[in-house]
Design a protein around this ligand. Sequence first.
Ligand code: HPA
Length: 256
Amino acid sequence: MAAFAAFRDSARSLAPEAAVVLGSGLGPAVERISIVAEAKFGDLPGFAVPTVHGHGGRAILGHWAGVPVLVFQGRMHFYEGHTWERATATVRLAAELGVRKLLLTNAAGGICDDLHPGDLMPIRDHLKLLDRDAWKRPAEPISVYSPRLLALLPETFTGTYAALTGPTYETPAEIRALKAMGADAVGMSTAVEAETAAKLGLEVAAISCITNKAAGLSSGVLDHSDVQHVAGQPEVVGRMANLLERLIVEGGPGIP
Ligand code: HPA
């Protein structure tokens, strides 16, 4: 764990103000960072090497627009066979290293008619449909997503993200049910990370990159390589990086 000790020392001297998790396809946003130190997920305690193509599996310390940040290129998913403990290792490491603001990104299927591939949707609230009987339970009474950070992205539509376990995409009937429940987009991550961060006292924002119309809402067949292709388009990554940069620079260091 010498690699981790060196990384932790770099984090202590850099004192990152924000942690960012870059989801499927969005890894190239790291080009915005002037890198100070990096570590592979395999070198970090409680982490695992990502099995999903398109998830880099690197933790990076550096400056983004002059602000010290900790950026995770990739994440660990429940559908890869990880426990929720492991799937949230990024969040707990960020908190341990003193970060007070967490910015999550993901790829998601669009359910709301107004969402099209390539659109970015800041998440206002989520439906966490991950537990046994989750579909029978009402949503959490209070959203974990910071209204203060959302207000920094005023020109964009904000929506409700439904988190399912995956790994398979949904059926058209499930998408109709999710729509009736109030979901605007659907994906397989983020909700548990956001709740874990909020419990640890971090300020949280999350943005979905809509990579496809959800099942049954278009004629195409859903495929992970298409998801990655849409999210990874330089123009899409650039717009996502611009929103993250606004939250990093104008959002300040988060809850003290
Ligand atoms: N469903 C679930 N997860 C996803 C989707 C989807 O349609 N697109 C990207 N991630």
